[in-house]
Write a protein that binds this ligand. Sequence first.
Ligand code: AMP
Ligand code: MG
Length: 354
Amino acid sequence: MHRSPVTKVISVILAAAAALNLSACSAGKEKQRYSKAYLEFFDTVTQIIGYEEDEETFSRNCEKVYSLLEEYHQLTDIYHSYEGVNNVRTINRSAGVEPVKVDEKLIDLLEFSKEMCRVTGGACNIAMGSVLSIWHKYREAGINDPESAELPPMKDLTEAAQHCDIDHLIIDRDAGTVFLDDPEMSLDMGAAAKGYAVERAAELLMNEGVTSGYTLNIGGNVRTIGTKADGSDWAAGIQNPDTEDEENPYIVRLKLNGMSLVTSGNYQRYYEVNGVRYHHIIDPVTLMPLNNFASVSILCNDSGKADALSTALFNMTIGDGKSLLANIGGIEAIWVLPDGSYECTDGFSELIID
Ligand code: AMP
Ligand code: MG
């Protein structure tokens, strides 16, 4: 759940962020590095880095990205309402009652999410809201009062799990409506809304003629457009799950040009019960957070897909994850194990910077 007020550790930090005063030449004109950060969206930090000849052009692009991200933030919010906006909260509140007219952007996102649920065999399922909201309630209570932290009763979880069938998410594109025909069902967009929004923002910049020199990063969902302005590589790091180890912030660093890198990690959002950590990614089979991995990161050309798949692969064995990626094609991954060792696909290892 991406809206709760918790301190977040950003899983991937662009290594490029340190290079504050880089400049580059393109077509004879000097390009300068600019950056902007926002805290308004998806309960995390949004950072835009861009190389431009002047700050005005960069700021204009940032304003367009800002408006689009604001729109996606509002449309996918399950905790707040916004005047004049029918969002996922509206859909959840109308479950079993009536179809809700929504913006076409939300229809597209819900269709995409439904497709990702199918592709991942339900390992990433936005219709798990009823189960996820129980975990959310216990996690928030446990964070606020660690002494009394408790696990949700399995009986509550299994009851809620009866209401997670995505076939009950009825999308009528012609009418522009969405209806949950199970009154107990609800949607939770936390698994892929950020990545999807980042991808749409990158698309917007590319439609404006941007071909390189930009990076968008929402809480570690990173999307680069082309290379840096001087043709050199963008680099990103896979966070060391031992977030206290300041000497070794990354497990590996890799080249990231014109691609997305999205991480699901057990250190991003969690609480503890009797000294055991329970994180925010819930396996639809056991209805519990699994401890097979510290993180899974997905590398591909579509940040929305990368986000949905990072959540899905967290809930699978490495073998099943590899088979799924092989079926889809063109997608790479790295699995970081709890002891900090890792396994990755061949295409991923080719991009690792020694
Ligand atoms: P991510 O960090 O991208 O893996 O997304 C995790 C967020 O997605 C959680 O905070 C929940 O809101 C939601 N979520 C957790 N488990 C699942 C799941 N199995 N399928 C879909 N969404 C999930
Ligand atoms: Mg995800």
